[in-house]
Ligand binder design. Structure first.
Ligand SMILES: NC(=O)c1ccc[n+]([C@@H]2O[C@H](COP(=O)([O-])OP(=O)(O)OC[C@H]3O[C@@H](n4cnc5c(N)ncnc54)[C@H](O)[C@@H]3O)[C@@H](O)[C@H]2O)c1
Length: 397
C-alpha cells in the first residue's frame, strides 16, 4: 500500500489532508466490474469540483462507456492519468464495490467513497481498515431529508425502475398503450408493480406514460396514495395492517401475513400481462410475493421482470441474471440496469458524490465531522478501525 505524503513528506491522514499545501486531489479510476458502464464523476461535476479548489485526476477512458470521452474531462480541467495515479489520489471516487486488490492500491490515509457493500462484503471492509483508508459507503447514507441530494441508492433505483419498465415493454411482445389501427384495436397492457418505493414508483410512472393500465401494491399505506398520484390503481389489501415503521421503511410481515399477501397476489397475477417486482426491506432477503402457483395462473406470453433477483427474488421461480420460462410465462431478473442508462445514471450519481464532497470539504480542505449524522452513518472505516457496527459484524472483526 502506497503511503500518501503531503508536501512536507509527512504520512498522510484525513487530518493532514485538511492542511495540505497543494489542492486535495480527487481520483476517478475506471470501473472494473464486468458490465459496469457508469463513471463516478461526469465532466460537469469535475468542473464544479475544480471550481471549489480541488484537483481532479481521471483514469484514461473511465467515462467512455457512459458517453463521456477523455477530451470532455480535459475541457473541464481534469488531468487524464493512468490507473496507479487515479487509485493513489487523496480522495478516490468509485461506483461499484472495489476488489481487495483495488483497495490495496489506495494510499494509507486516503478517502474512498462509493458503493462499498458494507453488509455483504466483509473482505472489502477488512482491506479498507487494514490499509488505513477512510471509507464512506453511499448505501449507508441515511434516507433523511438533508441527505436526499446525496442519496445514491434512490438516484440509481429511479434509473433502474425506468429501465426495468422499458425492458418489460420490449420483452412483453405486446403494446403497452391501446392501439387503434385499420387492422383492429388492441387493448392496453395490464401492468402490476409490486413494491412502490423508489424503483417501483418510477416503474409505475413509466408504464403509465407508455399507456399501460397500471396497478401497484405496497405494504406501506402511504405508498397507496403515491401510486394513485401517478395514475396507478393501488391494490388495497387492507386486511394487512399498515407496515410502515417510524423510519419510513416497511417492517417484515409475519409468516401468516406473507401468506395472505401471496394468496391475493397469486390470484391477481391472472389478470396481468406484465408484473414488475421491486419489493425489499433493506438488509433482508427479498419477500416472495408471487409463487409458482401465481405464475401458473398467468396467461402464456405474460412477463415478470424481477428487480429483486440479487437478494433472492420476489418471484419464487426467479433466477438472478437468467431467463426462466414456466408454462409460457417469461421471468427475467436483470442486474445492474443502471448501466443500461449509464449517461444519466452517472450524471445523477456524480451529483450525489459532489454533494457528499460538499459535506466533507471546507474551503478546499478535508474536514470529517463525526458529529454529523450523515458522516457518522456512512463512515465504514477510519484510522484502521471498522466504525460501522453492522459492517464490523459482517467483517467478523
Ligand atoms: N436489478 C437492478 O438492476 C436493480 C437496480 C436498483 C435496485 N434494484 C432492486 O430493486 C428493489 C427496490 O429498490 P428501491 O430502492 O426502490 O427500494 P425501496 O426500499 O425504496 O422500495 C422497496 C419497497 O418495497 C416495499 N415492500 C417491502 N416488503 C414488501 C412486501 N412484502 N410487499 C410489498 N411491498 C413490500 C417497501 O415498503 C418499499 O416501498 C431492491 O431489491 C433493489 O435491490 C435492482
Amino acid at each position: 500500500m502506497t503511503e500518501l505524503v503531503d508536501s512536507d513528506a509527512r504520512p498522510c491522514s484525513p487530518e493532514v489532508l485538511g492542511s495540505l499545501a497543494r489542492p486535495v486531489k480527487v481520483g476517478v479510476p475506471k470501473e472494473s466490474v464486468n458490465g459496469e458502464r457508469r463513471v463516478a464523476l461526469v465532466p460537469d461535476a469535475v468542473r464544479a469540483l475544480i471550481g471549489t479548489g480541488l484537483a481532479v485526476s481521471i483514469e484514461a477512458s473511465a467515462g467512455e462507456a457512459a458517453g463521456y470521452p477523455d477530451a470532455e474531462y480535459v475541457d473541464a480541467g481534469a488531468e487524464v492519468v493512468g490507473r496507479d495515479a487515479a487509485w493513489t489520489s487523496d480522495i478516490v471516487l468509485r461506483v461499484a464495490t472495489p476488489t481487495v486488490e483495488e483497495v490495496n492500491r489506495l494510499s494509507s490515509g486516503s478517502v474512498l467513497i462509493g458503493f462499498l457493500a458494507p453488509l455483504t462484503s466483509g473482505d472489502t471492509t477488512r482491506a479498507m481498515a487494514a490499509g488505513n483508508v477512510t471509507s464512506l459507503a453511499v448505501e449507508a447514507i441515511p434516507r433523511i431529508t438533508r441527505a436526499q441530494s446525496m442519496d445514491a441508492l434512490s438516484s440509481q433505483a429511479n434509473v433502474a425502475g425506468y429501465a426495468a419498465t422499458l425492458l418489460a415493454a420490449r420483452e412483453a411482445g405486446r403494446f403497452f398503450p391501446m392501439m387503434t389501427t385499420a387492422a383492429g384495436t388492441v387493448k392496453p397492457a395490464r401492468v402490476l408493480v409490486l413494491g412502490a418505493g423508489v424503483a417501483g414508483l418510477q416503474a409505475i410512472a413509466t408504464a403509465k406514460r407508455l399507456g399501460a393500465v397500471v396497478s401497484g401494491f405496497d405494504i406501506r399505506r402511504a405508498a397507496w396514495e403515491q401510486i394513485a398520484s401517478l395514475g396507478g390503481r393501488p391494490l388495497r389489501l387492507d386486511f394487512i395492517p399498515d407496515a410502515e415503521t417510524e423510519g419510513g421503511y416497511a417492517r417484515p410481515l409475519s409468516d401468516e401475513e406473507n401468506q395472505q399477501v401471496r394468496d391475493a397476489l397469486d390470484e391477481n397475477a391472472a389478470r396481468q400481462d406484465v408484473i414488475i417486482t421491486t419489493a425489499q426491506i433493506p438488509g433482508r432477503a427479498a419477500p416472495v410475493l408471487i409463487t409458482a402457483a401465481g405464475v401458473a395462473n398467468m396467461a402464456a406470453g405474460s412477463l415478470i421482470v424481477d428487480l429483486a433477483g440479487d437478494s433472492g427474488g420476489n418471484c419464487e421461480l426467479t433466477q438472478a441474471g437468467e431467463l426462466v420460462v414456466h408454462d409460457g410465462v417469461k421471468i427475467i431478473s436483470p442486474s445492474n440496469l443502471e448501466s443500461d442508462m449509464a449517461a444519466h445514471a452517472s450524471q445523477l450519481y456524480s451529483k450525489n458524490l459532489e454533494n457528499v464532497l460538499g459535506l466533507i470539504i471546507e474551503e478546499g480542505s478535508l474536514k470529517l465531522d463525526f458529529e454529523d449524522e450523515i458522516v457518522a452513518a456512512s463512515c465504514i472505516t477510519h484510522q484502521g478501525e471498522i466504525r460501522h457496527e453492522r459492517a464490523r459484524e459482517v467483517a467478523g472483526a
